[in-house]
Design a protein around this ligand. Sequence first.
Ligand SMILES: *[C@@H]1O[C@H](CO)[C@@H](O)[C@H](O)[C@H]1NC(C)=O
Ligand SMILES: *[C@@H]1O[C@H](CO)[C@@H](O)[C@H](O)[C@H]1NC(C)=O
Length: 150
Amino acid sequence: MTKLFFLISLILLLIPFSSQSEKQKPPTAAHIELTNYGFPIGLLPASVKNYTLNQTSGIFSVDLVGTCKITLPPDNYLATYSKRVSGKIVQGQIAELDGIRVWAFFKWWSITGIRSSGDNLVFEVGVVTAKYPSNNFDESPLCEGKHSAS
Ligand SMILES: *[C@@H]1O[C@H](CO)[C@@H](O)[C@H](O)[C@H]1NC(C)=O
Ligand SMILES: *[C@@H]1O[C@H](CO)[C@@H](O)[C@H](O)[C@H]1NC(C)=O
């Protein structure tokens, strides 16, 4: 009885740790670059293959291993990333964004820009905006589904 109880406690203790270590991959150079511009790494999935950034113009492109589907916290919107995501980044602001779409209100919407505003991220879909606390994006999400490489 005591043994069983001990075993169960041990398993319960280990579960959060094992799933945590599975999730966390070291951030890539592209993720670190994001933080240099005041954004959390969780805006990019873990499956970054390559990126380019022109420091003068801020024009960037990020190549992922493949297209990527993730669920965005905290409202669990489904989002897809194209194999290539591009845009223009300056401190606290990403504009002319291309390659990230969100499913909401029965329709796919392209996220056209992201601003960092205090402790929040402001997502722009054309002229519509949605604000979420940045700390929801502290971890790089893994792509979902068996068929997407991550
Ligand atoms: C990274 O992207 C650049 C620009 O698209 C390309 O020239 C380079 O070959 C790529 N590197 C890799 C490892 O894919
Ligand atoms: C970076 O952007 C600047 C300003 O638009 C441009 O003059 C320069 O040629 C670009 N550099 C590269 C390597 O594309």
